[in-house]
Design a protein around this ligand. Sequence first.
Ligand SMILES: Nc1nc2c(ncn2[C@@H]2O[C@H](COP(=O)(O)OP(=O)(O)OP(=O)(O)O)[C@@H](O)[C@H]2O)c(=O)[nH]1
Ligand SMILES: [Mg+2]
Length: 324
Amino acid sequence: MSVRAWLATARPAGAGAIACIEVVGAPDGSVERVLGELGCGGLSAGRVAVRTIAGVDRGVVARWDERRASLMPHGGPEIVRRVLGALRACGAEIGQDVPGEPRTDAEMDEAVAAALGRAASARAVDVLLRQPERWSAWRARGGRSDDGRVLAVSAELDRLVAPPLVVALGPANVGKSTLLNALAGRTVAVTADEPGTTRDHVGVNLELDGLTVRWADTPGLGHVGDGALEAARTGAMALLGRAALVVLAGDAGAALTEPPPEAAGAAVLRVALREDLGAALWDADVRVSVRTGRGLEELARAVRGALVGDAALTAPTPWRFWEA
Ligand SMILES: Nc1nc2c(ncn2[C@@H]2O[C@H](COP(=O)(O)OP(=O)(O)OP(=O)(O)O)[C@@H](O)[C@H]2O)c(=O)[nH]1
Ligand SMILES: [Mg+2]
């Protein structure tokens, strides 16, 4: 007999708080036996009923199929502890797994298909298709799904599914909006040889080296503008708290080389623009001229690499892609 159970969700105690405890086992009647011992058996597949669960609390019991059931008592920690304790007493192995962790080949294939449907980036396809193999090799070596390496790789690879936010920031009139238009291959932002041209932040999805990112162009810093420009600047700074990457832009004449404190959690890329007008003397990661096209591809690779590194893409460490 092998039955596994784990706490999938529990809202903080309070009105309406509900826990969801998943119970999964082999298709040999063992889930039915455990539910019977808890006093909430006898439900056929597809049925939902309100029952007293393990004599602890009345809650909803959902019987998905022969192998799976969910127990939904109230979500207070004491109730959850007692229900899990009763499950353990019936021989269920209590896991720390996160909801929906696919275990069988069929579950893994189903999860990959679902993630492929959600993924924003072209690069996600290859990486997702390799996951069933990576997980079986990892588990065969006794690897755990809450291993620090899995969590680190997953934090990067999740960006293949949900586009990360990139904020371009820098002095006025260095070519930030022109860069965005060049990367997008179309005019999405107004540009002009005049500081203060960008008056609101413009957000657009861009595909850079196979990674879809949400790119926000912001009003240039340092130029004293009217109230509307100041409001737009404040809005742009607020975006920084959610940015995964800040592109610090500058040119030979002016640069922003230190990220503002609001961007503390983000990676940083220093980009020298308008290089055809003169080489920037500050330490740039990438040098670009939109006019000549120099450095544009290198910039796309650098942005992708800063967000989803080569190591994360190629490492044998598996990805908890079902959570992305
Ligand atoms: N020579 C040259 N000029 C460029 C290049 N990129 C942009 N420019 C020009 O630089 C000027 C400013 O460009 P913008 O893209 O509006 O600059 P910005 O940084 O968005 O300016 P603000 O929105 O005011 O902060 C425009 O006249 C652009 O045509 C480049 O690579 N080479
Ligand atoms: Mg601009």
